[in-house]
Design a protein around this ligand. Sequence first.
Ligand code: NDP
Ligand code: OXD
Length: 308
Amino acid sequence: VALLFYSEDDDPAAWGEALRRRLPDLDFRVWPEAGDPEDIDAALVWLPPSGMLAGLPRLKAVFSLAAGVDAMLRDPTLPDLPLCRMVDRSLTTTMGEYVLACVLWYHRSFDRYEAQQREARWQLHLPSPPEATVVGIMGMGELGAHVAGVLREQGFGVRGWSRTLKRVEGVTSFAGPEQLAEFLQPVGILVCLLPLTAETENMLDARLFGLLPRGARLIQVARGRHLVDEDLIAALNSGQLGHATLDVMRQEPLPERHPFWRHPQIRLTPHSASYSQPESGAEPVAENLRRLREGRPLLHVVDRRRGY
Ligand code: NDP
Ligand code: OXD
């Protein structure tokens, strides 16, 4: 099988090595050194240039290096072939670490202490037990369900919201637009782990923030286009939201002049919440290459109608 690799952010040598350890006869090629386009059976990519995949006449499947495939689905030149998204242990565990770190930071009032320090103000916020902090997770898929488990283990109150109702031990579950307000009502820390689709775009807006208790905090680790930027700034300035941690932006890298950079109640990271390490991420890709070769159904195929 010949696999073509493209990513500006991932190390092709490390992926090639990890894949060849599992599939010694793999023909691994790195764009733009694709050789004869007719040879290529599959592509492993993150944000490929528009038209690149359409130029591979015998391509049979596309594997995304990322869990979220919204950018690929927006590209009108994406071939009508199975598109498989990344589902990988290291991606999931690093997301668990990131969200836990943020939740603990808020739970122990570090955002308030940071603000107080700017004013040289000495004021104690007595720690409350973790069960008094309710964390709401929007999106209870691979990542959201794992994050829910990590937070439960720490004793936090956890609620989950998804399209279809889940049964997760210790997690109060809600589904669909009709249960959104009830889900949000006691949430002190809101985590967004939704895929970006036509239904979820711009969901994090003034109306939704107004359904949260005053002073709630936001952890946005999904996609920049879920968030209405101006509504976040207004909610922070009015006190409806207390603080926000943003890992993803509408435009990445975030333009230097964007107000998020300097807002005192916003903390930014550069789309680094979680990361698929080649050593573990190669496993699901290798399994799908075996399946492709043997004509068996592929894993983690995106439902293009649903958009995730
Ligand atoms: P999954 O597809 O496994 O889970 C998606 C979840 O969202 C499911 O529970 C689904 O509900 C729910 N959902 C989808 N649409 C709706 C809707 N309209 N209303 C309510 N719930 C909805 O995705 P992952 O957990 O693997 O990844 C989630 C997202 O995280 C990715 O799409 C990506 O954008 C982002 N991400 C960000 C990273 C970062 O570094 N910042 C890294 C990796 C991913 P149901 O279960 O009922 O179908
Ligand atoms: C993503 C990823 O979808 O890094 O953002 O997997």
